[in-house]
Design a protein around this ligand. Sequence first.
Ligand SMILES: Nc1ncnc2c1ncn2[C@@H]1O[C@H](COP(=O)(O)OP(=O)(O)OP(=O)(O)O)[C@@H](O)[C@H]1O
Ligand SMILES: [Mg+2]
Length: 268
Amino acid sequence: MSGLTIENVSMRFDLPNGTSVQALKDVSLDIKEGELMSVLGPSGCGKTTLLNILAGFLAPTEGRITLNGHPVKGPDAERGMVFQQGALFEWMNVRDNVSFGPRMAGKRERDWGANVDHLLDVVGLRDFKEKAVYELSGGMQQRVALARCLANDPDVILMDEPLGALDALTREKMQGLVLRLWKETGKTIILITHSVEEALLLGERLLVMAPRPGRIHEEYRLPFADEGVGRDLREVKKNPEFGQKREEILGMIWNMEEEIMGRTEAAQ
Ligand SMILES: Nc1ncnc2c1ncn2[C@@H]1O[C@H](COP(=O)(O)OP(=O)(O)OP(=O)(O)O)[C@@H](O)[C@H]1O
Ligand SMILES: [Mg+2]
């Protein structure tokens, strides 16, 4: 059985003051091998919690996760994570960062060298191999993070706001790179974003989550990721259907935020 299965997953955090937060409630989802899924939702709806459970950093209070038929019990190189920023090893150069996984797995350079150099080519950092992390721009650092994740050859790539800290132009270029990598590698990718446009562009499947308790609110199947591979993403955004979906989802999230604000004000 291939793919990632999320079965009735709930997550409750018990707080020291005796109260608890229901971060996720009864989330079920089947993600096929090679699927590109984006996840949107208001702050606090459990997106990061879900990703941390998929990564194996957190164990759910209820439910279970299986990848290719076996249960997910903890972190494993089969599931790679790309964080928003700052997760590189500052004291290592670019090539050492990218080759970290295979080196930690005890592999020799003759086994990983060519692949690491290929990945550095793919993300456009061939000439920056020997540079220190602090010498790189934010966009370059995120490309190193992507290459480092790919060097482990994971089945699933989990990304939590990977492009959130980038300027608009760099972000657009990186969106193109994510699409290209998705098509070229056939990896399953789950990407969290706060940007509705990004979720539309980078999700053949788009999940909208709702808060309190965190749950799946709506799901879309979209053509834009496929259309965007190797194309100018600004052209894809001109598609009238893209504009329609953007307005629909913006309205949906806006209403959720309003409801949260209303509840917060009422509580004060
Ligand atoms: N370790 C923790 N202990 C207690 N509560 C937590 C913990 N992690 C998350 N929560 C709570 O669970 C809920 C979901 O948090 P989560 O970080 O998953 O949201 P999110 O959707 O990623 O939000 P954002 O968009 O702001 O990143 C929130 O109410 C948060 O306060
Ligand atoms: Mg988060």
